[in-house]
Ligand binder design. Structure first.
Ligand code: NAP
Length: 175
């Protein structure tokens, strides 16, 4: 089903993630690599706009980094009693998008929330990380043929020594 929000026209709903080989995005509620260039790009893509995340991703942020500064933080949970300083709470991704408002919103994970948010997304901003993650337990959503490649950067080497590249997609058609 296509949501009204996805059809709103000018609103950008941007999913932002970094994935290792095989689409791995996390292990034991952490991100299993360190690529400072990806952190910098994450900031560039999200600062100044609301961000939506799952409750587990909120928990995964070191307390000193949450709420993520310069961004309204909206957390999706099924637990109506959940609260945290600096976070707005939503019971679904659709509610989170309503609450977030604005012309652009960033959906910042994790795996469960990316999958739920795909129907609302207008843009996917992916960092491909050239690492094998043994024991990965969170994964990126499938990028189907509803998506067209908008930009594929060159492979680069991080200061941490890991290979990475930026790959962006725009919606080719509504699913
Ligand atoms: P998540 O998507 O961050 O959060 C899952 C939580 O969202 C659920 O436990 C539930 O919260 C809530 N939720 C899920 N479906 C819902 C629904 N239909 N309605 C309402 N609430 C719902 O969890 P995850 O998939 O385990 O991802 C976390 C992992 O991803 C971590 O390893 C993190 O480090 C990683 N991560 C990686 C990236 C990256 O770019 N590489 C980015 C972000 C996160 P309650 O249990 O409170 O009800």
């Amino acid at each position: 089903m296509t949501s009204d929000l996805a059809g709103e026209g000018s609103r950008e709903v941007r999913l932002v993630w970094a994935q290792g080989r095989g689409g791995a995005i996390g292990r034991d509620n952490t991100i299993p690599w360190r690529v400072p260039e990806d952190v910098a790009r994450f900031k560039e893509l999200t600062v100044g706009h609301p961000v939506v995340m799952g409750r587990k991703t909120w928990d995964s942020l070191p307390p000193r980094f949450r709420p993520l500064p310069g961004r309204a933080n909206v957390v999706v949970t099924r637990d109506a009693s959940w609260s945290a300083d600096g976070a707005s709470v939503a019971g679904s991704v659709a509610e989170a998008l309503e609450l977030a408002g604005g012309e652009r919103v960033g959906i910042i994970g994790g795996g469960e929330i990316y999958r739920l948010a795909m129907e609302f997304a207008t843009e996917l901003c992916v960092t491909e990380i050239d690492v094998e993650v043994d024991g990965a337990d969170a994964f990126a959503p499938e990028i189907t043929d509803e998506w067209a490649l908008a930009h594929r950067g060159e492979w680069q080497t991080s200061t941490s020594g890991i290979g990475y590249r930026f790959v962006d997609y725009r919606r080719a058609r509504q699913g």
